[in-house]
Design a binder for this molecule. Structure first.
Ligand code: A3P
Length: 321
């Protein structure tokens, strides 16, 4: 439902016919804007945030391509930067009653989706925490010009794809058949996937993180899974709010990790029954939360094919999965 096209503005209506288009899965078509693929309704939000969003130096932007672990990172970063405001993770923490997507809003799927209404972001006390799936090139100009921080998370393309395929099937219109794995895979590998191509998206942020390590932090889902405590502390240092010795001895870091764990979040009542503001059921964002589920789903040919693309794009840049 959140992808319906009926309420797009004039600028977007005029832009769409000028853009390359391909068959979409959840919506009829996807359009290519600034090198990346979007559902039409989302282009409305992209244009609006590019035009109107004004970054503050204290802002923090959390960026992913869908299905990389956005929900987890939103939870972790929300809990991290608000740890003094909400010290009690067992009783009155907002993550216990709200889905992470409702605490850390997306620009293009949320804050800037309404063609007639711009969000009032002046009243949010700093540091403001936002999220987007946009490529580096397409970020609002003020994000690049200011000294706000960008935290980028990606995931092995094989798991990203498998997670995406399940997700698209869950949110597909009720009258549509299941989307065949082979066909969605073929689109993904050609780069025709929401906010993709995957490889260009990741590479853009990887290069930026090497160029400007104080501006862009580059994270991998698999690495955080393996060493959650280490990476939580790295994120805290990057955001210039490191854990004090006292906090460490009290276990504030572990509390945050427990609060945000897959087991804890996915079992909360709110995440079993609720719906996020952009009309997707909360439970859709929690499936297995593991590394390597692709082994159960992809064929040997598929694995070889996707690995070849990954090698081709990433190996010369020193990036591996
Ligand atoms: P799987 O489909 O492989 O289970 P996104 O949040 O970007 O939409 O990504 C969704 C993926 O992250 C899903 O992967 C989901 O299960 C997983 N996920 C959600 N919450 C998580 C958490 N707290 N810890 C680890 N993984 C999580």
């Amino acid at each position: 439902e959140f992808l319906q096209q009926h309420d797009i503005g004039q600028e977007c209506k005029e832009l769409l016919p000028t853009l390359p288009l391909e068959k979409g899965w959840v919506a009829t078509h996807v359009y290519q804007y600034q090198g990346f693929w979007f559902y039409p309704k989302i282009i409305q939000g992209v244009l609006s945030c590019q035009k109107h969003f004004q970054a503050l130096d204290t802002d923090i932007v959390l960026i992913t391509i869908p299905k990389s672990g956005t929900t987890w990172l939103k939870a972790l970063m929300f809990a991290l930067i608000n740890r003094n405001k909400y010290p009690n993770i067992h009783s009155d923490h907002p993550l216990l009653t709200k889905n992470p997507h409702d605490l850390v809003p997306f620009w293009e799927i949320g804050l800037y989706s309404d063609k007639d209404l711009l969000p009032d972001l002046q009243t949010i006390s700093p540091p403001r925490l936002f999220s987007t799936h946009l490529s580096y090139e397409s970020l609002p100009k003020s994000v690049k010009d200011s000294s706000c921080k960008v935290v980028y998370l990606c995931r092995d393309p094989k798991d990203t794809f498998v997670s995406l395929w399940h997700f698209l099937n869950k949110i597909r219109p009720k009258n549509r058949e299941t989307f065949p794995l082979e066909e969605v895979f073929e689109s993904f590998c050609r780069g025709v996937t929401p906010f993709g191509p995957f490889w260009e998206h990741v590479l853009g942020y990887w290069k930026k993180s090497l160029e400007s390590p104080k501006k862009v932090m580059f994270l991998k889902y698999e690495e955080i899974k393996m060493r959650p405590n280490f990476y939580l502390k790295e994120i805290a240092k990057f955001l210039e709010c490191p854990f004090s010795k006292e906090e460490e001895s009290k276990g504030v870091d572990d509390d945050i990790l427990n609060l945000c764990s897959f087991e804890n979040l996915s079992n909360l009542e709110v995440n079993k029954i609720g719906t996020v503001s952009f009309k997707v059921e909360n439970k859709t964002f929690f499936r297995r939360g593991q590394v390597g589920d692709w082994k159960n789903i992809l064929t040997t040919d598929m694995i070889e094919h996707i690995n070849t693309i990954t090698e081709l794009f990433f190996s010369k840049h020193g990036l591996k999965f």
